[in-house]
Structure formats: C-alpha cells, structure tokens
Design a protein around this ligand. Structure first.
Ligand code: NAD
Length: 496
C-alpha cells in the first residue's frame, strides 16, 4: 500500500507514525493509499526547516524568486495532464474538470511570476525639507496553509507560490482525503528550483493542524474549508497573535429575472449547480426565479435530470461521485429532510448508483422546488449535486432573501436590464457577483473575496490582497544633508 510521504527540508520521507488515514477511490471506496498522521517531532522538524530556509530565502533577489515561479509555471503546464490524472483518481472528478482544477492553480503561479512589480513599495520625495519617505514590503517568515479536499491542486496553489514568491517559507497541511495531488505539485516545485525547506508538507488531520496554530515561529495561517473549522482556526491563530485568512462554506444564490435569456440561463445553471457533484464552494445551490421566470423551473429540472454521473475517465460523464461515504450520507440525509419538510423533489438522485460501482459514493442530480427559507436544505450547505429552486415576486424580495442568508461567498444575476444588474451588484451583501456569469470566480490579478460566514479575516486570497497578506510594510523616513548640520534640538513632533 502506497504511504504518502512527508516533505521536510527538501526530502520526501516516510512518516514514523503508526497512525494512517485511508485514501480511497470515491467511485468504489477501494483503498488506494494511506495518509500518515505526522508525529509531533516531524511537525517540529518541518517548522525548524522552514525557519532555517527563511534566513537564506528572504535574501534571494526577488527576480530570482520570480524565475523559480516561471520555471514552475512551465513545469505545471507540461505536467498538467499527469497531475489531473492523479487528482481525478483520488477525488473522482472527471478528467476535464481535474484539468480545470490544475489550470486555475497555474493562473495563480502566473500571478506570482509578477512578484517584483507586485511587491513594489511607495515613495514620496521631500515630505519635509531634505526628507524622503518610502515604504518597502518584506516577507513575514514561516507561513502555514491548511487546505480542503475539493480543489487539491488549485487551493494549495492559491497559497504557497505567492507566499514563497514574496520571500516567505511555507508549511502545507493538505486534506487527508486527497494528499497525492499536492505531493506531485511539491515534486515539481522542487524541480523548478525551490531550495530545500522553502516548502514543507505535513499530513494528517486536526491533531496535526493544532500545533501549527500555536507555534511561536509561525507568522500567518491561510485556511480553506468548512465554517466550524474555519472559525476555530481563525480564533486560535489570531489568539496566538498570527495573521489569519480563513475561507469557509457557502450557499450561493443565483437570481433569474424574467427578462433574461432563457436558453443562456438554463444552460448555465445545469453546470453551475451539479458540476463537480456540487462540491465547489462557488457552486450555485439556490436558484431564485423572479416573477414569470418561475415558469422555467420544470424545464430546468428536465435538463438537470438528463445529466449523468460517471467515472473520471468516461468522457460522457458530467460529474463523479462524492468524496466519501460520510459526505454521501450527509447529502442523502439532507435530501430526505427536504422531502419531509415539504419541498417538492422534481429530480431525485438519492437512489442513483453506477453499475459495477455500487460501493461508491454516488448521488445523482437532484432538484427541489417549493423550497422555503426555514428548511434544512436551504439553511445548510449541502455540498452535493442538489439545487434548491425558489420563487420571488420582485428583485427586492430576491435581494432580501440573499442578504438574509448568513453566507456571502458568491452570487449571480441573470438579466438583460442594466438597471436591475446594477441594483443587484450594489446592494447584494456577497463578496463575488456574476452578471450573466453563473460562477464568478475572479482571476488571480483580482482577489477571491468571500464575505460574511464565507470568510474570516481582512486580506483575501491572491491578487494584491494576497501579496499584502504575505508581506509586512516597512516605512522609511530619511534625511541626507548636503550642508552643515543645523544647530539645536527639535523638541516638537513635526518634521522640518
Ligand atoms: P474541512 O473543514 O473538513 O477540512 C479542511 C481542512 O481542515 C483539512 O485539511 C482538514 O484536515 C482540516 N481540519 C478538519 N477538521 C479540523 C479541525 N477540527 N481542526 C483543524 N483542522 C481541521 O473541509 P473539507 O470537507 O475538506 O472541504 C469542504 C468545505 O470547504 C466546504 O464547506 C466548502 O464550502 C469549503 N470551501 C470553501 C472555499 C472558499 O473559498 N470559501 C473553497 C473550497 C472549499
């Protein structure tokens, strides 16, 4: 059985632990590898290796650090297919979707290649007589990333390339459910020229995260995952005086106005709701049809009913299984609650299974109508291929519904009215808004800006905010005198 190694001080090494977590093929739940739960000593070694590497890495010229990113980008592109295959096998995602997962990460590496201009400070000459003020950005030190199962390439790549390009060193604790993709990313990072200790990887679960949140050497923590874990990590990291950014769960609404292009709406909603089996933090899980647009719900359900799950290497498959039996049980329980609480199940995927793969975590596409805001299927993040459809009398009513929801990751509106789109974009209390675009994930020169219970912290992922998160600003005020030093002490606070 393949035991996933740790990466400490540039060495891929087996863990000395006796505790392992099985990595399974979600299509049939056969064990394909084992994730070690790193020992306390190994975690300490990872921290000291990262601290030691920081002392030299911080002094490597920013242009050289950028060139490591250029080589890394080229290697990721060259190996995109083999990374995607590893990813598809351990997550169950379709191959094309796995390629997309890797690609969205490569785009962040491309942003990290621009680090010299992104790290530029500011200057004002002659702020007082003979005095100039300028600011520099400097790395923080050892940073930590804790990542979820659902994007095992993209989300680690949101974090360590940018942190490392800024001159930091990094410890990644990937999801225990699909650790082989991040290990392949790390092999290529080493091949690109990242020195030993600049990126370290430790594996495991909660017990392996805890010491990182309290360790005095660690300066910043990036987390992506569920709400309760995000809240715990944000509280613990900040209580231990660390900078933290925690991206958490979601319940993303799309609002469909009756003047929208129906064909465009229906085509987009199919993929945005059940694509990747709904295991995307930006998946559309609630579709709010305004006024006459409610008449489109049966046709949307018909289209979603035709979507067929399947194996990762089946070109016809629209999406794969859920990640684990526990995830499947949670989704089935929520589907049942929807039926029990009075929603109409227009498409029921709870009985779906794939022939020959009956042991897998399969759930078929599911669509509810007559959903109300008090139902569990509305209140909870389902993280499965389940779409809740609702009706609203007006744009105002739809806005109230969306703004009353505690999550604020992403939302979208479909309309041909500029006025409606503008009102929605200005008034909605959600951090990422699509206008006739169902899943508005910003490219990496912007930032990934969830709000409310979908994000805890100030500075978001990638873009300018990502650079600010991984750097500290130092402001220098200098005076160089051409003539004799003027006499007498200055007893005031003013610069003159
Ligand atoms: P999760 O919270 O269970 O796990 C995320 C990471 O935290 C894993 O590495 C896990 O080992 C670790 N962890 C789990 N319990 C912990 C604990 N008690 N203390 C410390 N660490 C712990 O999340 P998941 O199931 O892997 O991912 C799905 C969730 O991630 C969904 O809620 C989804 O919305 C969210 N997500 C959010 C975004 C975003 O950008 N907002 C992106 C992707 C996924």
């Amino acid at each position: 059985m393949h035991q996933v190694p740790l990466l400490i001080n540039g060495q891929m090494q087996p863990s000395a632990t006796s505790q392992f977590i099985d990595v399974t093929n979600p299509a049939n739940n056969q064990v394909i590898a084992q994730t070690p739960c790193a020992t306390e000593q190994e975690i300490e070694q990872a921290v000291s290796s990262a601290q030691q590497a920081f002392e030299s890495w911080r002094n490597v010229p920013v242009t050289e650090r950028a060139r490591v990113m250029m080589r890394y980008q080229a290697l990721l592109k060259e190996h995109q297919r083999d990374i995607a295959e590893i990813l598809a096998k351990e997550t169950g995602k379709t191959f094309d979707d796995a390629m997309g997962d890797v690609w969205r990460g490569i785009e962040v590496v491309e942003q990290a290649m621009n680090v010299p201009s992104l790290m530029m400070g500011e200057t004002v000459e002659n702020v007082a007589r003979n005095i100039d003020t300028y600011s520099n950005t400097q790395p923080l030190g050892v940073c930590v990333g804790i990542t979820p199962f659902n994007f095992p390439a993209m989300i680690p790549l949101w974090m360590f390339p940018l942190a490392v390009a800024c001159g930091n060193t990094f410890i990644l604790k990937p999801s225990e459910q699909d650790p082989m993709t991040p290990m392949r990313l790390a092999e290529l990072f080493k091949e690109a020229g990242a020195p030993d200790g600049v990126l370290n990887i430790i594996h495991g679960g909660k017990e392996q995260v805890e010491p990182l949140l309290t360790h005095p050497t660690i300066k910043a923590v990036s987390f992506v995952g569920s709400v309760p874990v995000g809240q715990h990590i944000y509280r613990t990291a900040t209580a231990n005086m660390k900078r933290a950014q925690c991206f958490a769960g979601a319940k993303n609404h799309t609002v469909i106005m009756p003047d929208a292009n129906k064909e465009h709406v229906l085509n987009n909603l199919v993929g945005a709701s059940v694509g990747a089996a709904g295991q995307r933090c930006m998946a559309i899980s609630v579709a709010v049809f305004v006024g006459e647009a409610q008449e489109w719900i049966p046709e949307l359900a018909e289209r979603i009913a035709k979507v067929k799950p399947g194996l990762w290497d089946n070109k016809e498959a629209a999406f794969g299984p859920l990640i684990s039996p526990a995830a499947k049980q949670r989704v089935l329980k929520l589907i049942q609650s929807g039926k029990d609480q009075g929603a109409t199940c227009l498409v029921d995927g709870s009985e779906f299974t794939l022939e020959g793969y009956e042991e897998g975590n399969w759930v078929g596409p599911t669509v509810f109508s007559d959903v109300t805001a008090d139902m569990d299927i509305y209140q909870q993040e389902i993280f499965g291929p389940v779409l809740c459809t609702m009706g609203a009398d007006s744009l105002e009513d739809a806005l109230t519904l969306v703004n009353d929801n505690p999550y604020g990751n992403g939302t979208s509106i479909f309309t041909n009215s500029g006025a409606a789109a503008r009102k929605y974009q200005r008034e909605v209390e959600v951090g990422q808004v699509g206008i006739n675009v169902p899943i508005p994930v910003p490219l990496p020169f912007f930032s990934f800006t969830g709000w409310k219970n979908s994000f805890y912290g100030d500075l978001h992922a990638y873009g300018k905010q990502g650079i600010r998160f991984y750097t500290e600003t130092k402001t220098i005020t200098s005076r160089w005198l051409e003539n004799d030093i003027p006499g007498g002490p200055n007893m005031t606070i003013s610069l003159s």
